[in-house]
Write a protein that binds this ligand. Structure first.
Ligand SMILES: [Zn+2]
Length: 452
């Protein structure tokens, strides 16, 4: 081994690398230097033979790449459980949009983002892709929590929080992009068009032009509901996917969430144009949007990551639960228990999600040269005993509360199940006080609607 010195070492665990061959190393060790993974290998000598400033004992647990939440709206944790059990249009237009109109400020966006980041860190998510309004406040809060993120300022064709004049929506997003481009190792700016129904062709084209100019991700909700598809077909004679293709919006930098209402021709278009997709099974189930044909999307060679969507339609940010839901939903949908096996689903929550958000060369697997974004799962639990196949436990038995340690870029963000250097009680108190104000504002009238 020699006397090589590392910044940190995670040892005494089973390493699930999620590399190309899905290598699993029993009694493995991950050595970290300058924020990067330097070695991933079996531990051949007692730990006393290794030199590091910080030794993290996984205590026989699982060491895996940090999970990637490829589609989320971080500040919406403030509206968790505000309105449930409603169809998407009514939920969105009569409850969520009005609540956002009344309560979304830079301060509340920051508070919701702090809360979401705390939840994500404690449940093993080290990177996310967000889209919301006041995205600058999101970026500041995410920076404060040390999470890796791709962040898109929201673009929509009606007055939105922070963008009173919809004609300025793309300009507001460009200001955000220019502020955050090349500013932080952890944050990449993006642009987020709400959907092909809430953004005109003109808006979509201008947003895509900006994404191309700055070389960033163009995010969009796509084919989420049957209604979207029907309206676009009535107006343009095209499916949602074909409509975006006709506008020249489909390419390898487009990140589309949902892709529920897609047929074989749509899947071929998405694959040919290397569009990246995000599957949000719990949100799609809760809003009864439908089931995205994920096994067929993956078979077509499309990169599909996993996301929770916003907290108001989930209602948490636990990617372990999301993996479990993704695996089971497609088995029951296809009546085939062999689809979406545990390895496929774990890949979606790690390396495929990383590729989807444009960070596939930097994160998503435990390999030398990649950023040290690492999670340790404590397996000393009755529900994780005994263990035959680690990936099976991660997808079907574990939950976010089993996470004991989290590192991002080699920095420890969670140690022993607790946030490092963050005031969790203060974060929760602030979010709870905003929740009281939302509740005090009362329920919304059925005919109250915002925008369209
Ligand atoms: Zn969404």
């Amino acid at each position: 081994m020699g006397i090589e010195r590392f910044d940190r070492i995670v040892y005494n665990g089973t390493v699930i690398t999620v590399n190309l061959n899905f290598e699993i190393i029993g009694q493995g060790i991950v050595c970290i230097k300058d924020g990067l993974i330097d070695r991933v290998e079996p531990q051949r000598e007692p730990i006393s033979a290794y030199f590091a400033d910080d030794l993290i004992d996984a205590e026989g647990g699982l060491i895996l790449p940090g999970l990637v939440n490829a589609h989320v709206h971080l500040p919406m944790s403030l509206f968790r459980g505000l309105a449930d059990d409603l169809p998407l249009s009514r939920w969105l237009e009569r409850h969520i949009f009005p609540a956002e109109h009344r309560h979304v400020t830079p301060e509340s966006v920051a508070a919701g983002t702090w809360l979401s980041c705390a939840e994500m860190l404690l449940s093993g998510t080290t990177a996310c892709c967000d889209g919301y309004f006041y995205e600058d406040a999101v970026a500041e809060a995410v920076s404060g929590m040390g999470i890796r993120a791709v962040l898109g300022q929201g673009v929509i064709d009606f007055p939105a929080p922070g963008v009173a004049d919809p004609k300025q929506n793309v300009e507001a997003a460009v200001l955000f992009i220019e502020k955050w481009l090349n500013r932080s190792l952890l944050i990449q700016p993006a642009i987020f068009c709400h959907s092909p129904r809430t953004c005109s062709a003109h808006t979509l084209l201008r947003a895509k032009q900006a994404a191309k100019k700055y070389g960033i991700r163009f995010q969009v909700h796509l084919a989420e509901t049957r209604d979207e598809g029907e309206r676009l077909r009535a107006e343009h004679g095209l499916s949602s996917v074909a409509y975006l293709f006709s506008l020249g919006l489909l390419d390898g930098n487009t990140l589309a969430s949902h892709a529920v209402w897609v047929d074989d021709a749509d899947i071929a278009l998405l694959a040919e144009n290397r569009v990246k997709l995000v599957h949000n099974p719990e949100s799609n189930m809760k809003l009864a949007s439908g089931v995205s044909p994920v096994p067929r999307l993956i078979s077509a060679g499309i990169v599909v990551g996993l996301g929770t969507d916003g907290c108001a339609s989930n209602n948490n940010l636990d990617l372990f639960q999301e993996m479990d839901a993704a695996a089971k939903l497609h088995k029951v949908m296809t009546k085939d228990p062999t689809v979406m096996d545990a390895r496929t689903v774990l890949r979606m929550a790690t390396i495929e999600g990383a590729k989807a958000i444009g960070l596939g060369d930097r994160i998503g697997s435990l390999e030398p040269g990649k950023a040290a974004d690492i999670v340790v799962v404590d397996t000393r639990k009755p529900h994780l005993t005994p263990m035959y196949h680690p990936e099976s436990h991660l997808v079907y038995a574990a939950s976010g509360s089993d996470v004991s340690h989290v590192l991002i870029g080699g920095e420890v963000r969670v140690r022993g199940g607790r946030l490092v250097d963050q005031d969790l009680d203060g974060i929760m108190e602030q979010a709870a006080s905003i929740g009281f104000a939302v509740k005090a504002a009362g329920s919304y009238k059925e005919n109250e609607s915002h925008g369209n």
